[in-house]
Design a protein around this ligand. Structure first.
Ligand code: C2E
Ligand code: MG
Ligand code: MG
Ligand code: MG
Length: 287
């Protein structure tokens, strides 16, 4: 009974709805076998540094297909994976895949992975990250974790401890969808984030003066805290120009690049390191 509403990361769960409850049971079952059947994959969306114009990071986004090939939106399957616990294994797979395919091969400098609060609450998360970084000889600073503000997450001791363990590994911690939840400001008080990703709704509201003033207020609040500011949802050249003018550090959105498999981004020369990187790592990546 998971239903995506208009905004794609807002999900309403309705256990009374019989039809979607069947869907969600199917999806829960598929999630259990998804890794062994190759039904999950990662796509990567470029993040552009406004000052240099370069893609200096990518965000990894998970994709799921049913056995007949039908794609399922993350807005649907991520909450189901969280509820059933599948997210633990899927999340670890995502971290390992990013380290192996993108970072160890030097395809990109920095890659971010979305993590659910329940992954962070699980004992051993930071240990797994440390082992994976070591396995692929990747420095922690090249891996970022995106934590969503909008979700029902309370600031819980385990999460704060896990985040501090991740920071000790040198890993980056980013706050995702800033401005969509009630917790954002208290999170800022408790946790030091490397980057704040302002939710795209604030950019899309910039068609009005009131919307522009709101975004400018948020930017000045964040700038005073010395955190790097990224905005999502850059869909047009006008959006890009405005964000340049507002002094945003990094931009992400369909205008900059759509999420795509690594091989496609590489073929399109979206990833700056794809040219410079050495042949050995290329061979490794193709395997
Ligand atoms: P998110 O982390 O905020 O990711 C950004 C979402 O916005 C992605 O949707 C992306 O495809 C979409 N997007 C990118 N540029 C634009 C744009 O210019 N305009 C618009 N309208 N949308 C844009 P996607 O891939 O469907 O993912 C939805 C959410 O699912 C993500 O939101 C994230 O919270 C969650 N998610 C995705 N992959 C993972 C994962 O591996 N683990 C966890 N825990 N959550 C994930
Ligand atoms: Mg994200
Ligand atoms: Mg998110
Ligand atoms: Mg986001």
């Amino acid at each position: 009974a998971a239903k995506a509403t208009g905004r794609d990361n807002l999900v309403v769960f309705d256990p009374e709805d019989p039809q979607s409850s069947d869907d969600s049971e199917d999806i829960a079952a598929i999630l259990k076998i998804a890794l062994e059947h190759g039904l999950v994959s990662l796509v990567y969306q470029p993040i552009r540094n406004v000052q240099t114009g370069e893609t200096d990071a990518v965000e990894a986004l998970m994709r799921l297909r049913m056995l007949d090939g039908t794609p399922v939106s993350p807005a649907i399957f991520i909450p189901i994976a969280e509820r059933t616990g599948s997210i633990i294994e899927l999340g670890r797979w995502a971290i390992r895949t990013v380290c192996r395919d993108l970072l160890a091969t030097n395809l990109v400098q920095v890659a971010s992975v979305n993590v659910s609060p329940i992954e962070l609450q699980m004992p051993g998360f930071a240990k797994y990250v440390a082992a994976t970084l070591a396995e692929f000889n990747v420095t922690g600073a090249r891996l970022a974790f995106e934590i969503t503000e909008g979700m029902e997450l309370e600031i819980d001791q385990d999460v704060v401890r896990c985040i501090s363990d991740l920071r000790k590994l040198g890993a980056q911690v980013w706050l995702d969808d800033f401005g969509t939840g009630f917790a954002g400001l208290s999170w800022l008080r408790l946790i030091e984030f490397d980057t704040i990703k302002i939710d795209r709704s604030f950019l899309h509201d910039c068609s009005t003066e009131r919307g522009k003033r709101m975004l400018l207020d948020i930017i000045s609040l964040l700038r005073n805290r010395g955190v790097r500011i990224l905005i999502e949802g850059v869909e047009t050249i006008e959006h890009q120009r405005l964000m340049q003018q507002y002094g945003i550090n990094q931009i992400q959105g369909y205008y900059i690049g759509r999420p795509a498999p690594a091989a496609q981004l590489e073929a399109d020369n979206v990833l700056p390191f794809s040219i410079a990187r050495n042949l050995d790592s290329k061979r490794q990546f193709r395997n």
